[in-house]
Design a protein around this ligand. Structure first.
Ligand code: NAD
Ligand code: UDP
Length: 338
């Protein structure tokens, strides 16, 4: 199998490329490096012992995309490329719509022109908004999305659904990720946020490594057992494996299929802090802060459909995730800039 991986130099993409290559699948990565570095792919090469074919290009660049499809015959595309910072998307909505939507439209058009009609798309639990029920199954209605980033995910799900309805030759798998954290066990690839992290785990690891003084816990008055928000954290290597399993499924011509990728276990912010401290023997100073706008109290999934239809389930627990996130941060205090 030969797969085009858009955004393959990024956090989830680089881990997925490792798992694909381990499974004997050929890949070509296309990435414009707007939120990543070539170094991640060098490290993927060190892990796998194989070269990673890489094209530095923007998916909005039609000529570049045409060239990639002319030079390669792909069985499927795994589409990670996109901007993902929620707060930035509120400030710069046009940039988000232009990059994520326009870029994806060029990709889909060039796929169609090349006759490659199999795609796995990185969607997000954000499409459920404040979920109608938990654990969230794929049947849970979509909710009110509070930011442009989330709306690009919702819109792209709809666009792909419409494309598949119009032409049943398309096979579209929408993967709704819950909260990816952790890193490859080698400690050589991991999440490498620009500036001060917005997400919980990179913030914790930067406190642990001494780059930030203390963690602010956003809200302790939610209707949850300890008052802090509950999420479904999933190890990025499990998530990566979900893509390999989804590729097996796409070969069975599923038409349109949607899967939650999470562990099915909810953990509060305090659970994560305590698990991190215990797994790594490092103290995380924190204080409670007001709620963060747009946060929902509880969000975790029912992952039974992915188990039944993909034969996939998460193998790593929160302790594993905390240990691996810390190994990556400790070994690479400045991410890929070392
Ligand atoms: P990331 O920023 O590390 O990776 C995205 C990659 O896409 C980066 O390498 C970036 O340089 C590249 N990219 C962005 N715009 C591009 C363009 N126009 N052309 C070519 N390359 C471009 O993010 P990630 O955490 O690895 O996320 C991967 C995908 O999964 C994204 O679509 C993201 O929205 C989605 N997702 C992420 C999370 C999460 O919490 N990390 C949760 C749900 C969904
Ligand atoms: N959070 C926090 N402090 C931080 C970052 C996040 O308390 O510095 C909380 C946030 O309120 C949410 C959880 O951690 O309840 C996960 O947040 P993250 O941004 O990682 O993911 P989200 O679920 O919002 O996509």
């Amino acid at each position: 199998m030969n797969i085009l991986v858009t955004g393959g130099a990024g956090y989830i993409g680089s881990h997925t490329v490792v798992e694909l290559m381990k499974a004997g699948i050929d890949v070509v990565v296309v990435d414009n490096l707007v939120n990543s570095s070539k170094e991640s792919l060098k490290r993927v090469e060190a892990i796998t012992g194989k070269a990673v074919p890489f094209v530095e290009a923007d998916i909005r660049d039609r000529a570049a995309m045409k060239k990639i499809f002319a030079e390669n015959k792909f069985d499927a595309v795994i589409h990670f490329a996109g901007l993902k910072a929620v707060g930035e998307s509120v400030q710069k909505p046009l940039m988000y719509y232009e990059n994520n939507i326009s870029g994806s439209l060029v990709l889909f058009e060039e796929m169609a022109a090349a006759g490659c009609k199999n795609i796995i798309f990185s969607s997000s639990a954000t499409v459920y908004g404040d979920p109608a029920f938990v654990p969230i199954t794929e049947e849970c209605p979509k909710g009110k999305i509070t930011n442009p980033y989330g709306r690009t995910k919702d819109m792209l799900e709809q666009i792909l659904t419409d494309i598949q309805t119009a032409d049943p030759d398309w096979n579209v798998i929408l993967l709704r990720y819950f909260n990816p954290i952790g890193a490859h066990e080698s400690g050589t690839i991991g999440e490498n946020p620009n500036g001060i992290p917005n997400n919980l785990m990179p913030y914790i690891t930067q406190v642990a490594v001494g780059k930030l003084k203390e963690l602010g816990v956003f809200g302790n008055d939610y209707d949850t057992p300890d008052g802090t928000c509950i999420r479904d954290y999933i190890h990025v290597v499990d998530l990566a494996d979900g893509h390999v399993k989804a590729l097996n499924r796409i070969q069975q011509n599923p038409g349109l299929a949607i899967y939650n990728l999470g562990t099915g276990t909810g953990s509060s912010v305090l659970d994560v802090i305590h698990a991190f401290e215990e797994a790594n023997g490092v103290k995380i100073p924190f204080s409670f802060k007001p709620r963060r706008a747009g946060d929902v109290a509880v969000n975790y999934c029912d992952a039974a459909k992915a188990k039944k239809e993909l034969g996939w389930e998460a193998k790593f627990n929160l302790t594993d995730m905390c240990r691996d996130s810390w190994r990556w941060q400790k070994n690479n205090p400045n991410g890929y800039e070392d």
